[in-house]
Design a protein around this ligand. Structure first.
Ligand code: ATP
Ligand code: MG
Length: 753
């Protein structure tokens, strides 16, 4: 017997070995759906000799794909590298790269991220003379995105009276026009946004049957994980690809459908049965992930939804600890209770930081948790949020790289034409764009090559200088690998120099970030698994990283902080779900109807089912939201967990016992980042923290460059640079004994001398 089959129960094995024809597994969380999908692929290769090149597997994140690939590699060896595995976006971007000329796009088309797209929408709204308080870029972009994901083109949009009526009642009658201009501008710029990757794949398959035919024969097996969250556009692509051989296997859980707000269609599950009538459906009912307490609680929660397919999930795992409920006086206290609970559990159970996850409903909740974890010196990572590749300096360098590859890319052009400053002001930029449109058939590059024809001499000269530089990059990009080009771009544009000369702490961080980007490119070109080392290939990879994929630090032993949405498919020994309050979870913004409430409940179900051994739920009686202190009420969802599974915790904040003195490695410890609000302190009965003698957290307003200071651990030093922007005020101090250190002022205990 093939040994990977041994670790499967009967229905799982059925899902693995019946490789031919359509198959659907809709089953509860933790029942082994992803495992079945993985083993099915291994089985195809190992037992049936299927060529990995002809297998396509679609996952929620690229990270999930690479974990799957690793697991398969264990069974079948290096051949696993040839599998087509990844997110819908990354797989079909790859296919479009080969075929996009048929749709009139340049081979090196740019991929606009959401930020670029919203920027473009904003410009169009402005150019049309519309009010951007009514036509908010966010809202307009979401509307366009929604249309694309339902495969509604701008032409159909404009001619459909239903959309028109909708837009008129929303006081945005010109949305259709904006959609049209947006599409045309992207096309002229040789750019596709994320939704276009799927929309255009559909167009390609529809208008070019020969191309569809080619891929139908090429990919003989198609597999989709997290099927419940596919949208119409994604579903149609897979349906078409599987149209000839019918070897399609989809796995998912309707109870975990959490992206309806982004166009995911739970109806896809129902349609699948109609579209593939000889479907094999498999039920998995045994949960292998979680304790009985957790599985039973999760079942109880989802039973409150009327719209779910009935399932009977059970587990043979032990009963486990009951679910812990923590009530905190304030969000600050909530953060501290979570951090100290993690610290204690780590000690008591000898677990590692990576065994813990803290999940929340909205990104902004991470702040109080971060502060508390830092105080305790517990390493953490935030998944999602503002990622490395979205930082300004990184986007600037990437914009140069993108423009070098595709000199029609308007968004990149606008970013870099005067960066670093070369005397080309906004009026000149508008003139260039306008000239491109009126004189040179929409070609920005043409306009850049002939500035003398429409700009005054000085500006024209500056533009020509820019042109020469970019031309050299373009030349390099055709002959050298991504690393060589990136290094040259960072240097020749003057970006590196500009950041190097900026001696503020902020400038230093930016400089380091650009270096880090260069390292990332080097890693890419050095990777033996990467065949195509071109700049185009690198940029494509970067554009399609998802939140979970973006962790750039190698040390895996960290607590994970993320939104519940991001946690889909993952598992952790101990999960904390914080902010269990009315209006926060369920979210006030999403509660328009019963349907919305059910989606929030599914989200709650997803959160609860991430936990393997232990689940802790927390809520705070008061919290700062939108800059105001608000009073919360415990979430109605808490009442959906049977009392026999839950225990009210008696945890207290133990400020004195929580200091892991031996682990002190940095100045970031001891002093609280912010005093508990008087209210919070009163309600919690907590004492304000007493700083140790002589060393108070420095009052940032008293610091100045050149100031002599004393630090409790590092001794005497002189302030070299200050960064007083934003929340994390920092100082770079040259210490006499230990050299330069950058200190977060909210933590550092500095004495001003
Ligand atoms: P989700 O709905 O959250 O995506 P899932 O159904 O995809 O969950 P998996 O992630 O595949 O579930 O499996 C959950 C856990 O159970 C994993 O740790 C997996 O290794 C384990 N598992 C699955 N099947 C078995 C089995 N037959 N024997 C032992 N462990 C199993
Ligand atoms: Mg899964």
């Amino acid at each position: 017997m093939l040994n990977y089959l041994e670790g499967l129960n009967e229905p799982q094995r059925e899902g693995v070995v019946n490789t031919e024809g359509p198959c659907m597994i809709i089953a509860g969380a933790g029942s082994g759906k992803t495992r079945v999908l993985t083993m099915r692929i291994a089985h195809l290769i190992k037992a049936h000799g299927v060529d990995p090149f002809s297998i396509m597997a679609l996952t929620f994140t690229n990270k999930a794909a690479s974990e799957m690939r690793e697991r398969i590699e264990k069974e079948v060896g290096q051949e696993a590298r040839n599998l087509w595995m990844g997110t819908f976006h990354s797989i079909f971007a790859r296919i479009l790269r080969f075929e996009c000329d048929k749709l009139g796009y340049p081979k090196d088309f740019t991929i606009y991220d959401t930020d670029d797209s919203k920027q473009l929408v904003k410009q169009i709204v402005k150019e049309m003379g519309l009010d951007d308080k009514i036509y908010k870029p966010n809202v307009v972009f979401n509307r366009i995105s929604g249309a694309k994901n339902k495969l509604v083109s701008w032409k159909e949009y404009i001619s459909n009276p239903l959309f028109k009526a909708d837009d008129e009642s929303a006081r945005k009658p010109r949305l259709g026009e904006i959609y049209k201009t947006y599409v045309q501008r992207c096309f002229k710029a040789g750019a596709m946004d994320f939704d276009d990757l799927l929309f255009n794949t559909n167009v390609l398959f529809k208008e070019h049957p020969d191309v569809l035919h080619k891929y139908q024969h090429r990919f003989r097996y198609i597999l989709v994980d997290e099927f419940q969250d596919t949208n119409v556009s994604q579903y149609l692509i897979t349906k078409k690809l599987a149209g000839v051989h019918g070897n399609i296997c989809v796995v998912g859980d309707d109870a975990q459908s959490i992206y309806a707000f982004r166009g995911a269609e739970i109806e896809n599950i129902l349609n699948f049965e109609k579209d593939f009538p000889d479907l094999r459906t498999i039920k998995l009912e045994q949960n292998y992930r979680s304790t009985q307490h957790i599985v039973d609680a999760a079942n109880g929660i989802i039973r409150n939804n009327t719209g779910q397919l009935p399932k009977n999930v059970w587990t043979a795992n032990p009963q486990g600890e009951s679910i812990e409920l923590i009530q905190a006086a304030s969000d600050t206290e909530e953060g501290r209770l979570v951090a100290s609970a993690i610290f204690e559990e780590k000690m008591r159970k000898q677990w590692r930081s990576q065994d813990f996850a803290v999940l929340y409903r909205t990104n902004s909740q991470s702040r109080s948790l971060e502060e508390a974890l830092r105080r305790m010196n517990i390493k953490y990572k935030i998944v999602g949020g503002l990622s490395f590749y979205q930082r300004k300096e990184i986007k600037d360098v990437l914009a140069y790289l993108r423009f070098a590859i595709n000199p029609q890319d308007e968004q990149s052009f606008r970013r870099i034409i005067n960066l670093p400053k070369r005397g080309i002001g906004p009026t000149s930029v508008d003139k260039i764009i306008m000239a491109a449109g009126t004189r040179y058939d929409g070609s920005i590059w043409e306009a850049v090559c002939r500035p003398a024809e429409y700009l005054p001499a000085r500006a024209a000269n500056a533009v020509l200088g820019f042109k020469d530089m970019v031309e050299a990059f373009r030349y390099d990009a055709t002959r050298k690998d991504a690393y060589e080009v990136t290094r040259r771009v960072a240097k020749d544009t003057g970006i590196i120099k500009m950041l190097y000369e900026d001696k503020t702490v902020e400038g230093l961080t930016r400089y380091e970030n650009v270096q880090e980007l260069i390292n990332a490119v080097k890693e890419f070109t050095d990777n033996p698994e990467v065949e195509d080392k071109s700049l185009t290939a690198f940029l494509q990879e970067v554009s399609l990283l998802t939140g979970v994929d973006q962790d750039k630090d190698d040390d895996p032993d960290k607590v994970t902080l993320m939104t519940v949405h991001m946690a889909k498919g993952l598992e952790f020994k101990h999960v904390f779900l914080v902010g269990m309050e009315e209006d926060l979870f369920p979210s006030q913004m999403m509660l328009g109807s019963r349907k919305d409430l059910e989606e929030e409940r599914r989200l709650f179900y997803v959160a609860v089912t991430r936990a393997q051994s232990k689940l802790t739920l927390t809520f705070a009686l008061s919290r700062y939201r939108f800059g105001r202190l608000t009073y919360g009420e415990r979430s109605r969802f808490l009442d959906e967990i049977g009392p026999e599974h839950m225990n009210l915790s008696s945890r207290k904040v133990h400020t004195s016992t929580t200091k892991p003195a031996s682990e002190l490695s940095f100045a970031r410890i001891s002093a609280p980042t912010k005093k508990p609000t008087t209210l919070g302190a009163r309600m919690a009965g907590a004492k304000p923290h007493k700083p140790s003698e002589g060393f108070a957290p420095s009052d940032p307003s008293k610091l100045a460059v050149g100031q002599k200071v004393e630090h409790q651990k590092f001794g005497f030093g002189t302030v070299e640079a200050l960064d007083m922007d934003g929340m994390n005020k920092r100082a770079k101090v040259a210490f006499d004994k230990v050299g330069s250190k950058t200190l977060l002022l909210s933590f550092a205990k500095l004495r001003i001398l």
